[in-house]
Design a protein around this ligand. Structure first.
Ligand SMILES: C[S@@+](CC[C@H](N)C(=O)[O-])C[C@H]1O[C@@H](n2cnc3c(N)ncnc32)[C@H](O)[C@@H]1O
Length: 247
């Protein structure tokens, strides 16, 4: 049976995802067009607010700048907009993995990404729910009660979780078998095997006085492979020596 994977995104800005879902390899994959039955459902958080102005945030207890996203409205969006709509039932925890991207989460990198992809879509075979934070963030009690995993893109602060969600999804779906064809294989890409990718060249053969390395024109596969390996090492040493120290 073909496995299906659904991704729910609770956000105040569903428009953010429009071109992401329509464009390129990720867009195709997320519309179920790359041999994997993937689909995305956007959930507008405001639809679950009962106030006349559709507010979803309030001032922080204890004072301080900015606003905080209310836990009761987030819970309603998760229950009605995801669990009930998707018919996950009482045992939804066995079928859904709720992710909150935020600065204190586990730092996203290729290793974490591969583990995430294999775990969620392989071993556990769960659907995903992403909560996009805005303002000063989300009430801690919602995170404690409903979030399974917190992920950080890096040590900086974004204005909202939408870009983080796109980066996480975009990088993780590449490890779903079937999404990348042979031509786009990740095996020779950066970080696979702990090195950066070797430099790439295409036409024209001469560009502003710089030539394509001769060996790449030789058609000698073994020599090309050896050259690319050496280049990969050279580039890693020059740009990211810390990757070599990890070995
Ligand atoms: C302005 S930020 C809130 C930052 C929060 N007040 C803090 O200092 O940690 C709004 C939202 O953007 C998202 N966000 C910000 N930085 C992020 C990062 N480094 N990785 C992932 N998501 C991030 C989170 O969802 C966060 O709730």
């Amino acid at each position: 049976m073909k496995k299906t994977h659904k991704i729910w995104i609770i956000t105040l800005f569903p428009d953010f995802f429009e071109s992401f879902l329509e464009t390129g390899l990720a867009g195709q994959a997320l519309r179920g067009k790359r041999g994997v039955d993937l689909s995305v459902e956007l959930v507008q958080l405001r639809d679950f607010s009962e106030s006349s102005y559709k507010g979803v945030d309030d001032a922080p207890y204890g004072g301080g700048p900015g606003m905080v996203m209310r836990p009761d409205i987030l819970k309603k969006a998760l229950w009605e907009g995801v669990i009930e709509k998707g018919q996950y039932g009482e045992d939804y925890k066995d079928k859904l993995h709720v992710v909150f991207p935020g600065p204190r989460g586990k730092r996203w990198n290729q290793e974490v990404c591969i583990d995430f992809s294999k775990r969620i879509w392989g071993e556990e075979s769960k659907d995903l729910v992403f909560i996009c934070g805005r303002y000063e963030g989300v009430d801690e009690r919602f995170i404690q009660n409903y979030v399974d995993e917190e992920i950080s893109l890096g040590d900086y602060v974004l204005t909202g979780g939408e870009l983080a969600v796109m980066a996480i999804i975009d990088s993780a779906i590449r490890f779903l078998p079937g999404v990348l064809g042979n031509r786009e294989s990740f095996e020779k890409e950066s970080f696979n095997g702990g090195l950066l990718e070797h430099p790439q060249y295409t036409r024209p053969r001469t560009f502003e006085g710089r030539e394509v390395p001769e060996v790449l024109l030789s058609g000698h596969h073994k020599k090309i492979e050896a050259f690319e390996k050496a280049e990969s090492l050279r580039i890693t040493r020059a740009y990211r020596p810390d990757l070599l120290e990890k070995e």
